[in-house]
Structures are given as C-alpha cells and as structure tokens.
Design a protein around this ligand. Structure first.
Ligand SMILES: [Fe+2]
Length: 294
C-alpha cells in the first residue's frame, strides 16, 4: 500500500491490492471505506492516518470478503471505531469460518485457510440502522458477493468495490470471482446508472469513464461462458472443465484458485444452465455439464 492520494476536497484513498477510501468528516475525523487484507494493510492505513493527524470515526465495508474486512480488527483495537455493512455480509464478518467453508464447499484443509479466504473476526453493524453523515450515499450492487454496496462520498466520488475488475487482471486471470452471475450482470446495469465525477473500484484504477470498465467486465463474462461452451462440447465434470479452461488460458491451478475460482466456476455453470446454454446430467456417477450446441 502507498501514500494517501487526494482525489476530491474531502476524498482520498490509499492505493493497494485493495484500494482503501479515506473520507474527511471534519475536525480530523475520517470514514474509512474497506480496510484491506489483514494486519499489514491495517498497519499501513494507520501510518497514513498518523502522518496526516487523522482518526477514523467509523468504517464502511463494501462487503465482507477477507480483502475488504481484513484490517477491521486491528484498526478497531486501536481506534474503537464501529464498522458498517449490509445483509449477509455482516454475518460473514463475524463467522469467517463459514465464509471460508462456503468457498471450499466443505470444511477446508488447513493449507487453503489462507489470509485471502479467512479474515480475522470483526464486529460489523447494519449500515441501514446508521445515520450516514450528509453527502454520503450507498447503492446495493449484489452479485459479486451475497450483498455489496457502492459508496458515494460528498465529493460525488463512488467507491464501487469489486463490481468491476481492472482489464489487466482479467486479461491475465480470465475468470473473476462472482457468486451470482445473473445478479452480477444486473449490478453492472445499476453501476451504469450511477452519476458521479469519479469511480474507484477496489481492484482497478480511478476512472471518470465507468462505461468502459462495465463493458469490459460484461464482455469478459461472455468470453468465459463461450470458452466453457467450447470445452463442454464433450460432457465434462466440474474439475475437468476447470482443468480444460486453465490449460486453454495457460494458468496453473493453486490451492487458493482451486477454492475461489472453483467456486466461481460453479456459479458460472449454474448461470449457464439457467440460461439454457448448458445441460446437466448424471452418468457413471459423475455430474456432467454439456454444451447445448450439441
Ligand atoms: Fe470481493
């Protein structure tokens, strides 16, 4: 993580694997938007706050994936600042083992319970029951996770979480993690309707042209589904599809990608089944997915 970057009168962010919003509330107090991936990120946030004589009054977690909520505990121990988020995400911040098991699909091996999958437990409250300071607004953009919010600051700058991923990351990894693809595509429509001066995704650069990122991410879903259609011309089970895709994209599977992207692939298969692109059948005790073109 780097230094505080000012992008509006009251709005700054700390650039990192997960961009962290720092929004001035006056009198040296700030609101943090997300807290990074763990204690190291929390430490950098803390250093930046110290250097600028700032104290966080509260935290908004756009959603409770480990790379957004991971610094909560460390920061809350120091500043005793409450954190707010929405719906199921609140539950996941407290029961981080459920989030971890959800991604794996059962009780995960120790090797897979890495930082990215399992955040430290933190206490997060319902943002709907909190009076946000004047000029703040949030909009639900579910689909990437069970629930997620885009947060607008008084400077008309939107922090849009994991709704769009940087094209350079998508070109490299092809698949991004999304829980519910139909909802995710709807969230891109919602994003297209947001009015603001600047947009800061958590894992992409600041932009005033959100339409390009929306189009790129939507097209990427289409490209991935086309690749799945291609590899499923012959019926395959989940692991065979995963291998065929990663061979095609020349990517090595890791323990982490097996959990996270394996789960993302299941969601894509569901979407494609529900959209009549694939059919599903049981044969020889395998659950097989077959492109409907055949
Ligand atoms: Fe996320």
């Amino acid at each position: 993580m780097n230094q505080l970057i000012k992008v509006g009168k009251d709005t700054s962010y700390i650039q990192g694997f997960t961009n962290v919003g720092v929004v001035s509330l006056g009198n040296g107090q700030v609101c943090l938007i997300d807290t990074g991936i763990g204690d190291d990120d929390a430490h950098v946030i803390c250093e930046n706050l110290d250097n600028n004589h700032l104290i966080p009054a509260f935290i908004i977690n756009t959603h409770c994936h480990a790379d957004h909520v991971g610094g909560n505990g460390w920061l809350q121990n120091i500043y005793h600042c409450p954190a707010y988020s929405v719906a199921t995400e609140i539950f996941l911040s407290e029961y981080t083992d459920v989030a971890c098991s959800f991604l794996y699909g059962g009780y995960p091996p120790e090797k897979m319970q890495e930082t990215l999958l399992r955040a430290k437990v933190s206490e997060v409250y319902d943002i709907n029951k909190f009076d946000l300071p004047s000029g703040f607004r949030f909009e639900r953009i579910d689909g990437h996770s069970f629930a997620m919010i885009a947060v607008k600051t008084p400077d008309d700058i939107w922090f849009i979480a994991d709704s769009v991923i940087d094209p350079s990351i998508l070109r490299l990894h092809h698949m991004s993690y999304n829980y519910n693809i139909s909802k995710y595509l709807e969230s891109l429509d919602i994003l297209g309707g947001l009015r603001g001066d600047l947009f800061l995704p958590s894992h992409a650069r600041l932009t005033d042209n959100i339409d390009y990122l929306i189009r790129f991410n939507r097209d990427n879903i289409r490209h991935v589904t086309e690749d799945i259609m291609e590899v499923c011309k012959k019926p395959k089970n989940h692991d065979e599809i995963f291998k065929a895709l990663y061979d095609k994209w020349q990517i090595q599977i890791s323990y982490r990608s097996y959990s996270v992207m394996g789960s993302a692939l299941r969601s894509l298969l569901t979407y494609m089944l529900d959209s009549d692109m694939l059919e599903m059948k049981v044969k020889d005790n395998y659950l097989l997915w077959h492109s409907k073109e055949n």
